[in-house]
Design a protein around this ligand. Structure first.
Ligand SMILES: NC(=O)c1ccc[n+]([C@@H]2O[C@H](COP(=O)([O-])OP(=O)(O)OC[C@H]3O[C@@H](n4cnc5c(N)ncnc54)[C@H](O)[C@@H]3O)[C@@H](O)[C@H]2O)c1
Ligand SMILES: [Zn+2]
Length: 373
């Protein structure tokens, strides 16, 4: 028997991979609702797979959302505006799609809640803000954002607020204090809270997945506002230098898109995941400098990797996920190493038309808005 699933934002990067996987499984009837925003779909087009029913509509519009939910038992909510830096000044747009859009979706689900078996929300590591650190003298610390003064003085690492010792990063855990430090992060946190309250009130099974930095084939190579690896790829393919913020030693947890898709399938199928929040990453940090070097090599590029000492207000220093909870209670284990994942990403990038590099225009927009130093 086929199971009917609605994927909001299904025409995007993660959605496309999820559709492929569900299609190969053969037991899913797939509905996609997506407004195909310009920033992600520059020509306003999407190669809709034959087996997908497509609602070309905005998540904020009740009527198409209602129609798209007809007969649906499973919902994966991916539709969102996703640029952290851009969200600082496009506030209405980010809050509109991410929060109001989620509100519309949940309100429409509430009208049919008896048939819903699982709602999965794509949340983000951004909700942690700076995350969890350790001071050798004082113990665990959850630092606030770095001050402009510290950043202007190239003091990139967090210092202990009690004794000024340089702090060591620790993997973030799901139930540690949250500290969303961008408009985007606030909207993802509010999505989580709306879904949690809604799920309790209407007894709807729901799962929240907090993705780290997702990468892989199909990432938008033309969107300079999000996805550091696609942004670097476009710089490298144009033969331009890759500029690295701060000292290049900031760490991110880069997770391959197929691992993310597997986590969504686990959340949809495992009753034990209901009402839970799970980190989805690799559990390991890689410096931005290292990832840029490996990518340059894999793409066969000749770009200079330049540490500029510039910074963006609101950027966090490090992000690494603890996988203890997702391994134990979701059964999630990442299977793709950084080396393998970057090989696959590079092969795909090399098969694509080289995109116009709009990085400098994005950077001057950030400077003009006053969020880049
Ligand atoms: N890619 C990552 O690194 C990452 C990390 C953490 C969380 N996430 C979350 O995962 C989800 C999917 O991310 P992605 O990387 O596939 O992004 P994406 O930008 O490729 O896909 C998002 C899709 O949402 C659609 N969309 C945007 N606004 C809409 C609206 N108002 N109505 C309907 N559709 C709309 C876009 O057209 C796009 O197809 C997002 O919720 C994002 O916040 C992604
Ligand atoms: Zn201390």
């Amino acid at each position: 028997m086929t199971k009917k699933i609605l994927i909001t934002g299904g025409a995007g990067f993660i959605g496309t991979h999820l559709i492929n996987k569900l299609t190969n499984m053969g037991s899913w009837e797939i509905i996609v609702l997506d407004s195909l925003i310009d920033q992600v779909h520059p020509n306003g087009l999407w190669q809709k797979p034959d087996n997908v029913t497509f609602f070309h509509a905005d998540i904020r519009d009740q009527e198409p959302v209602r129609q798209a939910l007809t007969g649906v038992e499973y919902v994966v909510h991916l539709a969102a505006e996703t640029g952290v830096g851009q969200s600082a000044y496009e506030i209405a747009r980010y809050v509109g799609t991410n929060e109001y859009g989620t509100a519309v979706l949940l309100e429409e689900i509430s009208k049919i809640n008896q048939q819903i078996k699982s709602v999965v929300l794509a949340s983000s590591r951004a909700v942690y803000g700076e995350g969890r650190y350790y001071c050798n003298v004082c113990g665990p610390v959850f630092p606030l954002g770095r001050s402009l003064k510290a950043l202007n003085n190239a003091q990139w690492d967090h210092l202990c607020p009690e004794c000024d010792t340089v702090l060591t990063v620790q993997p973030s855990m799901e139930h540690q204090p949250l500290s969303p430090s961008s408009v985007y992060a606030i909207t993802k946190h509010n999505q989580e809270q709306l879904l949690t309250l809604f799920a309790d009130t209407f007894n709807v099974p729901s799962t929240i997945l907090r993705f780290q930095n997702v990468y892989g084939p199909g990432q938008s190579l033309s969107n300079p506002y999000t996805g550091i690896l696609s942004l670097f790829s476009t710089r490298i393919k144009n033969g331009n230098p890759v500029f690295i913020y701060e000292d290049g030693l900031e760490q991110r947890d880069f997770v391959y898109v197929e691992d993310v898709v597997n986590s969504i399938l686990l959340a949809l199928s495992k009753p034990s995941s209901r009402g839970e929040i799970f980190n989805i990453g690799t559990g390991e940090g890689t410096t931005v400098m290292d990832i840029a070097k490996i990518l340059n090599e894999k793409l066969g590029g000749t770009s200079d990797i330049q540490v500029t000492g510039q910074f963006r207000a609101g950027d966090i220093r490090h992000a690494i996920a603890s996988l203890t909870n997702s391994e134990n209670n979701l059964g999630y284990t990442p299977t793709t190493s950084i080396a393998e994942g970057l090989t696959k990403l590079s092969a795909w990038v090399n098969s694509q038309q080289v995109m116009t590099d709009t990085y400098l225009a994005m950077e001057s927009e950030m400077k003009q808005k006053g969020i880049m130093g």
